[in-house]
Design a protein around this ligand. Sequence first.
Ligand code: G6P
Length: 608
Amino acid sequence: MCGIVGYIGQRPAAAYLIEGLKRLEYRGYDSAGVASIVSGKLRIVRSIGKVAALETKLGGRALSRMGIAHTRWATHGKPSVRNAHPHADCHTKVAVVHNGIIENYQELRISLEQRGHRFRSETDTEVIAHLIEEEMKTAPFEQAFTYALKALRGAYGIVAISSDDPTKLLAARKSSPLVIGIGRGEMFIASDVSAIVGDVKRIVYLDDGEVATVSQGGYDVRTLNHRKREKDEVELERDWMVAERDGYQHFMLKEIFEQPKSFTDAMRGRLLVREGRVRLGGLRAVETRLRRIKRIVIVSCGTSYHAGLVGEYLLEGVAGIPTEVEMASEFRYRKPIIDRKTLVVAISQSGETADTLAAIREAKSQGALTIGIVNVVGSAISRETDAGVYCHAGPEVSVASTKAFTSQLAILSLLAVYLGQGRGLAPKLATKIVKALAAIPKQMEEVLQEAKSIKVLAKRYAQQDHYLYLGRKYNFPTALEGALKIKEIAYVPAQGYPTGEMKHGPIALIDASVLSVMLVPRDSVYEKNFSGLEEILARGGKVVAIATAGDLAIKKKATDTIFIPKTIEMFAPILSVIPLQLFAYFVAVERGYDIDQPRNLAKSVTVE
Ligand code: G6P
């Protein structure tokens, strides 16, 4: 979503700000801008489109040794230079960048207009600059900033500067991430660690309700009521800053190919193959409570929601605990019935998804035990849950999630065994599961070797009007995920459906213009799936089948077949999703779209 970068130090700010913004590009945005104080005056440069356009517009014009910058993803007011951040007050003394949404901006705007303020944009953000200006009539910049914050309702990560005091960046957080980077004689602030460039080794995460004053020599964090906060400084993990494409044409392809490694990393130190057991250090603190839980509710969004659906089968099938999965955006407004014996599991790649975070807060307020399955270390969900298990998938840059999904499935599989261990999971079955998990990375390599033939298929079917993805039991969520991938990056209508439900409606869609991608591994519902496949062929439909290696019966029937190696039933989704990721990728390439930053989408959705 929107991105923030700020710098104050000994060197010209422009290069750092632009480089920081470029590192945030993957999050999705429609315009960008910078502000700095040059010779006592505020200078703002903004443009629509890519950061490169802003760089060109900035030209050789020097900024000072401090400044703030922003990439905007429109929420209020269309993408335009006028609506791009930073926003200023009437007299261009204060500049503000903001992520999130100010819910009461309309009433604030009306009251500020009545007091004579003139607005230039349609954004909610601009009210912040005017509020600060209003407060600065009677108070210095720092105090005015805090007063202004108190009037805001909604979510924000804000950084502000003022020509009245060019020695400071002021920042505040409420439900939208901000992190301070500590350099030598220079300081950074950003909405995402990946945007912190330069020689920074330590960082500080701001928490909700905190206000930070960042100057060249250090930082000071306080509450809205001016109470000082002692903050933990943590080491910056360099991994997150060097996300490069490594010769792949797109991050998405690179990340698809990284899956054998990311899956291995997810299991590292947790899978005890010889003992047939699982160890999850991140859950040790809540072990006793976990033993008492009677029910699990999984909350998540998008691809993480699909991982949750596989998790439901895993947790019920292996651990024997009743499990439900709900889209976090629905859960938060449903008055869910949960109690101290309910475990609420939040699955989130970014750890910052607003709906998932809100769902966790709701669950906590009702006394549930909460845990996170999160990829981004130190993110809001990882901090707000009682305990958790990190995915360790490394940075996922492509908006369309791939490796995070299979890592989430790795963790859910581990969690199912872990919870099953204390609840009568037969050691023989546990050993079988653990062995099957250990074999997955090598099997993923085998699936990836099919990339060339999947590319050929994608070329053949790239111009279909509609795709139908069908699967049953463990592979129904995979069907949903396959359909989501192709919608996200190839912009083609696609539907995921349980194969068994076809006859209740969707089979009416079948004709030559629809391609059915069917997940038909050799599992307990194989025969049922097989007849589903025959029904589609009998109605003139074309079928690309994802089948278990060596299944000649399917190969003979289906229009085209992609084989995946044999694994136990519950792990088929981990392998079968890979051909679907590759298929969506190659169809999108064939159609000529922007793979890593698809239109209208954002990597991390930090607003409702
Ligand atoms: C956005 C992304 C999706 C992602 C979803 C949930 O919509 O584009 O790829 O699955 O958010 O994100 P999370 O970070 O919570 O997994």
